[in-house]
Design a binder for this molecule. Sequence first.
Ligand code: ZN
Length: 101
Amino acid sequence: MIIKLITILIFVFLIYKMTKSIQSAFKGAGERMHGETHSGEQTKPPVSEDAEAEETVFDEMCSSYIPKTGAIMVESKGDVHYFCSGACRQTFLNSHGGRPY
Ligand SMILES: [Zn+2]
């Protein structure tokens, strides 16, 4: 009778230990997942704002590349042309036609 009681106690103790270890395993996995999300938030995407500002266009009147932001635009026959100055634009309009964009 005593031996049976001891075996039951050991059995209960083993079940208790198992549930404890399973709980800690789940808890550990959860903590590891949280850590991964935190490290993912810290990595920032590369900023590429300068790439658009440095875009250049070709001025076919004086054969030079100029920044698109400062270029004068002219639409001619469905195409858009870029010029460095009003003089270049006027030269183009005189020979090709078109209208200021
Ligand atoms: Zn020009």
